[in-house]
Design a protein. Sequence first.
Length: 475
Amino acid sequence: MTLNRQGADLQLRSASTEKLSEASPLLADTDGSEFDESQDVREDGVSNFGTVMHVIKGNLGTGILAIPVAFSHAGILFGTLMLVFLGLLCIYCMHLLVNCAHHLCKKANKSHMDYADVAENSISFLPSSTSTMSKGARHTINAFLVITQMGVCCVYVLFIGTNMKLAVEKLVGNSPTSEDYIPNYPMSLPIYELIVVVFLIPLVFIRNIKNLAPLSVVANVGIMGGLALVLYYILVYKELRSVSRLPLVKDWQEIPLYFGTAIYAFEGIGVVLPIENKMKYPRMFNLPCGVLDLGMTIVAVLYVTVGFYGYIEFGSSSQGSITLNLTSWYGTVVQILFSICVYMTYALQFYVPLTFLGPAVASSWLAQFIRPDILDYAFRALLVLVTYGIAASVGEYLDLLISLIGSAASCGLAIIFPPIIEIVTFWPERFERPGFKMMLIKDIIIAAFGIICCLIGTVTAVQQLSDKLGVSDDI
């Protein structure tokens, strides 16, 4: 779930997102035209190189900084191999979604669809379908998108708070590595998070997403620069430590936390269709070894590199973000850099839940008593405070919050729903479609694997949070 992932790029085309799409050129509807299979080139579309950059940007974020701690829950061998497997699986599920979108666009005579459109239309073509069923599918996808993005915003608040706390402590000479370290001096973590919220609220008051574009550009450059500094630190600055000291596979009770964190990092499926819809050569997107595969391969290589070498360097001491493991002035620079970049991209992530929830609030009974502009600003501030409340409630356990979001929400979008959508999409043609039975078995296996990861990962993360926060002892 990611510094840039599903920000402006994740805004989905729907009745409630028209204003946002209008302000975000990448996601705006193409032209509203009917499906045209002969349309191989969009003259005003994004080049293949630009699309690869969008794919990379849409999938890189805070998740990559948490991969080393994911490895600490899995072991060096299992963590590496399973990360490759999960990367391939997530890419495959992206292809499933794109293929279903193409098939349904032809049947519905539409030029393009987003994730929720695909889910809705796959149900609508079933013989026994009702509008309630198809709308239910749309609402389910949108609900998971809202939950995921609200979770990402919570991670951002906690990420900025923990990194700024560590940076300030080192600047005032109270480094956690020193013998005379004083916890929570000069301030405790919730205070840092509250200060972050004070600066976030004016940011989310920016109503036109176009005005956030300059911040996004600066943040993208900073993110890439920060990631380069992290890689330089673990590959060059520090002498590479021995791999033999690390376990190949960790205890099975910790492995569910690994899955949640890894899936959180890879869950960029929501940006796939909006990005393809803006390509100059859209047919190059979904080809074997095409634009999608190239972009996601680069992302996967970066994830494996940071996870593998980060775990070799920090081992069981790996924290929820690798930036928290960096020491001295070097680490302070990286922590401040990433904190600023994450702050600048918070509003882009925030617009997803705001876009879906805002219209409901605007049409509620509150609108009879409160001016529309005041109600809008109040609701924005309230959502930010909700993310603060959740972030503050989990303490300093950034890794567990990431794992919980990855298991509970991201897993559904990335792994569970795409194979189910494929089954439903081609179910009316099951007797005429060659290989349908094998496809059915394959999709059931993928969906079952995702459901298992979702359930076990969610339960484990909740249990771990309860134990560390002492909730179970108080009950």
